[in-house]
Design a protein around this ligand. Structure first.
Ligand code: UDP
Ligand code: MN
Length: 262
């Protein structure tokens, strides 16, 4: 029985692997005691993979085409679920007994090792539909059995939102009502949209944020960063409170420290 525990993230492109670098560095900055694993698809370049190896304990290449069983093949006929399929590979990491998955577009602001006290499947509410959990941050237990069940479920029912979140919410369908202990506090998956829709709450509780999630089409790596400007007008004079986290993302991306502790 595996005892080890790990944070897991995913990149299928070089752009998303920039995000993974920040996930890994921010976890190390806050001195996690757990292993760091990144899953990459073969489409990620060798250069990007080498950069990930500097930060992560394990870089696992997951190849969709390697799989042969029926559920995999049925899924392969649903190309729209391609990236989803890759994310679900996290359940095959059975060298770990428990893991926390973090999207590549998250930034860790403090030590969050206490997440391992939660059980599968624990996640925070999605700000758009709070009876669904957001699949950018979740606690799970690797198991080939569960992996197969989720793939079969995905092959049969598809995904109501075209992504992994739809699949996982219909698979772990009692999350909203069954066990409140599997509801992670919102501060473990703080999204920009929530800040705009409930600014007073962000002003009251925003400093408790533990993990920021850059959900949506615009990712930090799409936005240009000028280290000098960061100290001057654009960030300080911004009325956009969330923008400070984009600045912090870039600071983490370029940070050099904390890699020695691996
Ligand atoms: N992802 C990826 N390549 C893609 C799209 C997504 O590797 O082309 C991974 C990555 O880890 C990403 C996660 O899947 O963080 C979920 O996608 P995204 O964060 O873009 O969705 P959102 O959180 O904005 O709904
Ligand atoms: Mn995301």
């Amino acid at each position: 029985m595996a005892e080890a525990q790990a944070f897991v993230t995913l990149a299928t492109t070089d752009a998303y692997s920039m995000g993974c670098i920040v996930v890994g560095k921010s976890l190390r900055r806050h001195e996690t005691s757990r292993k760091l694993v990144v899953m990459v698809s073969p489409s990620v370049s060798r250069a990007a993979r080498l950069a990930l190896e500097d930060v992560f304990d394990e870089v696992v290449v997951v190849d969709v085409l390697d799989s042969r069983d029926k559920a995999h093949l049925t899924l392969l006929r649903r190309p729209e679920l391609g990236v989803t399929f890759t994310k679900l590979h996290c359940w095959t990491l059975t060298q770990y007994s428990k893991c926390v998955f973090l999207d590549a577009d998250t930034l860790v602001l403090c030590n969050v090792d206490e997440l391992f006290e939660y059980e599968e499947l624990s996640a925070a509410p999605d700000p758009g539909w709070p009876d669904c959990f957001n699949s950018g941050v979740f606690v799970f237990r690797p198991s080939l059995n569960t992996h197969n069940q989720i793939l079969e479920h995905a092959a049969q029912y598809g995904s109501f939102d075209g992504g992994d979140q739809g699949v996982l919410n219909t698979f772990f369908s009692d999350w909203a009502v069954k066990d409140i202990r599997k509801h992670l506090p919102f501060v473990y998956n703080l999204t920009a949209g929530a800040v705009y829709t409930y600014l007073p709450a962000f002003q009251q509780y925003g400093h408790h944020a533990k993990i920021v999630h850059f959900l949506g089409g615009t990712k930090p790596w799409h936005l240009s960063y000028d280290p000098q400007a960061a100290n001057e007008s654009s960030f300080r004079h911004s009325s956009d409170n969330f923008e400070q986290f984009i600045n912090l993302w870039w600071v983490e991306y370029y940070s050099k420290r904390h890699l020695d502790v691996k």
